[in-house]
Design a protein around this ligand. Sequence first.
Ligand code: PHE
Ligand code: FE
Length: 294
Amino acid sequence: MLATPDPATHVYDKPPAHANPDWTIDQDWRSYNAEQHETWDILYARQKDMLPDRAAQAFLNGIDILKLSKPGIPDFAELNRILMDTTGWQVVAVPGLVPDDVFFDHLANRRFVSGNFIRRRDQLDYLQEPDIFHDVFGHVPMLADQRFGDYMAAYGRGGLRALEYGTLKQLARLYWYTVEFGLIQEPDGLRIYGAGIVSSYGESIFALEDPSPNRIMFDLERILRTEYRIDDYQQNYFVIPSLDELLRVTVETDFKPVYDKIADLPDIRIAEIVDGDVVLTKGTQAYARSQSGE
Ligand code: PHE
Ligand code: FE
């Protein structure tokens, strides 16, 4: 589960009694009932059919490597044996939203924190807080990619620095527009890799095919200044040219001078296009308008 950008229902200020000092809990895989496993299978089947021409190659590879086609909610112990051997990452369960420093420390140490609950049957299409389908199906396949795994671990270290500098608000936008809602340019066209998109049936189609949202080439400084919405499909997607390029402009770049530079610049509103944007699609924003009742 994500510390800052995702809203969640349970917020603790210290690890609850049943949690370990590092906030992790047992996934308690045996406690899932048949209906809960079936909920996973329904969600999985729906995504599986539509993702081959839409999801990034790294994501599709991850599904295969991690054998996520096996029915039922994955058992973290089993998943971690493969993930650990592949990129050194692990998935650990936490009871809800954890404090920022705890979240970043886990990432920096290649532990991805995940909720262990699954959505109810009446929430197949939408829920606000990330459940195990979002956290595991959405996030974990990309962690089987060496480059993306390195990116996430570096993001954890960068998060600890951002806490010191007071620039978490800016850094969280990078997570949002890459890890959660990123698009990538591949030889056959645009593909999705953000967990918030690949775990959502509706947004997987919307992000690539709908004329409403803007699709803009990735620019670090620009993204750190850009607001985002957490309550509906995005109005902006940012497109990376490749995972290597993402690493070059983030992992290999010191953000301190960037934070200093943008400290005096205004934030960029959600659907705004600014000078310097390399715009792939200038969105109509028709969807966002229809939702706001205009
Ligand atoms: N290089 C960044 C910094 O100097 C850290 C970072 C790496 C942030 C990767 C995000 C992703 O803070
Ligand atoms: Fe997430």
